[in-house]
Design a protein around this ligand. Structure first.
Ligand code: TSJ
Length: 362
């Protein structure tokens, strides 16, 4: 009897801890998703999609589908390996439940800096769960369909259960959630266009990955994006209504250790520049050192080329950074497993050398 009481107390306290964790998100949602406006509402989708993208980056997922339901629910499905269903050693619960109910430390809007990659631990899923009226997860794995539902800000209705069988070849994860209107007081209505633009961008940034969007609120409203050419096709699209001054898009990419760099660029006849840079698929609007690095490298290389080909004479002023930017459409995409600020600064040195050697070759 005493033994049983002890066990129950231990279970209760751990359960309370978990609830407190998600309660913290509901108390201060801004710390976790920045804002509870329409933008914050859409942020929920990106938190979930990020997890599926990580599975694609790991090489196990080729298709991600996003569906806006009639009732303004969101479903995100992938054909990856499926979130592990075994018992997580730290929590004593299934990994699925752990991903959805244990708050991972460090609100990314509180601490500043970059998001630490979701990687294996589904960062963000628990935040979405906390801010949802209900959330259902289905995992297709081992010929089974596993299911769990959470209600009222992330409270599990039951443990993870097998509810059906499926083909043993089928694997993947499917998540459906209804944002809580008590949290998202401005609006709980998803905007198709907002989702379409960002999902298309994610498809450009992750070449070969198919990303589909469907709106069940309107008949035949759907899009599907897959770009074998990646960011090269992004530049092509950005320049489609402009006159390019060279026919082929310059495309540079490479990998060193775990860091990959892709740059695609093309000049057009306009005076404007469109330069977009991304670290781990996240846009870095102020550019950051990686963008400066690429621009500096490009300036050096074009000056070197101009001098050695007699375009610039010894007495001419060298091209400035602004000269080089004129008419430039460029996408920079870096994928870095641990994108700390210092790492990026060190990375700039490598980046300039890398960019320079590739431009020298071409
Ligand atoms: F996190 C989440 F719940 F938000 C979420 C996760 C949502 C969606 C739509 C997909 C996913 C997700 C997670 N897709 N794929 C995965 N994969 C894993 O979690 C996974 C599977 C297998 C293994 C393994 O080592 O065998 C490891 C991981 C991390």
């Amino acid at each position: 009897m005493e033994e049983k009481e002890k066990v129950e107390t231990a279970y209760d306290s751990s359960a309370i801890q978990v609830l407190e964790g998600l309660e913290a998100v509901r108390k201060r949602p801004g710390m976790y998703i920045g804002t509870t406006s329409e933008r914050g509402l859409h942020h929920l989708v990106w938190e979930i999609v990020d997890n599926a993208i990580d599975e694609a980056l790991a090489g196990f997922c080729t298709h991600i589908e996003v569906i806006i339901g009639k009732d303004n629910t969101i479903t995100v499905r992938d054909n990856g390996r499926g979130i592990p269903v075994d018992i997580h050693p730290k929590t004593g619960k299934s990994t699925v439940e752990t991903v959805y109910t244990v708050l991972h430390a460090g609100g990314k809007f509180g601490g500043g800096g970059y998001k630490v990659s979701g990687g294996l631990h589904g960062v963000g899923a628990s935040v979405v769960n906390a801010l949802s009226k209900w959330l259902e997860v289905r995992v297709y794995k081992n010929g089974n369909v596993y299911f769990q539902k959470y209600v009222n800000g992330g409270k599990p209705q039951d443990t993870l259960k097998v509810i059906d069988q499926c083909s043993s070849e089928r694997t993947g994860t499917s998540v459906t959630f209804l944002p809580d209107e008590e949290i998202f007081t401005d609006t709980t209505v998803f905007n198709y266009e907002t989702l379409r633009i960002r999902l298309r961008e994610l498809a450009f940034l992750n070449k070969g990955l198919r990303i589909s969007l469907e709106d069940e609120r309107e008949a035949d409203k759907k899009d599907s994006f897959c770009y074998e050419g990646g960011i090269r096709e992004y530049v092509l699209m950005l320049n489609q209504n402009k006159t390019a001054i060279h026919p082929t898009i310059i495309d540079i990419n490479g990998k060193e250790k775990d860091i990959s760099l892709e740059v695609a660029l093309q000049y057009n006849e306009s005076y404007n520049s469109s330069i977009y840079s991304f670290v781990n698929n996240i846009t870095t609007p102020e550019g950051g050192t990686h963008e400066d690095g690429v621009r500096r490298a490009l300036t050096r290389i074009l000056n070197k080329y101009a001098v050695s080909n007699g375009i610039l004479k010894n007495n001419d002023d060298p091209l400035t950074g602004d000269d080089v930017r004129e008419g430039l459409t460029m996408i920079i995409s870096i994928k870095h497993p641990n994108p700390q600020f210092e790492e990026i600064v060190k990375f700039e040195v490598f980046l300039i050398a890398f960019f320079q050697s590739h431009l020298n070759d071409s």
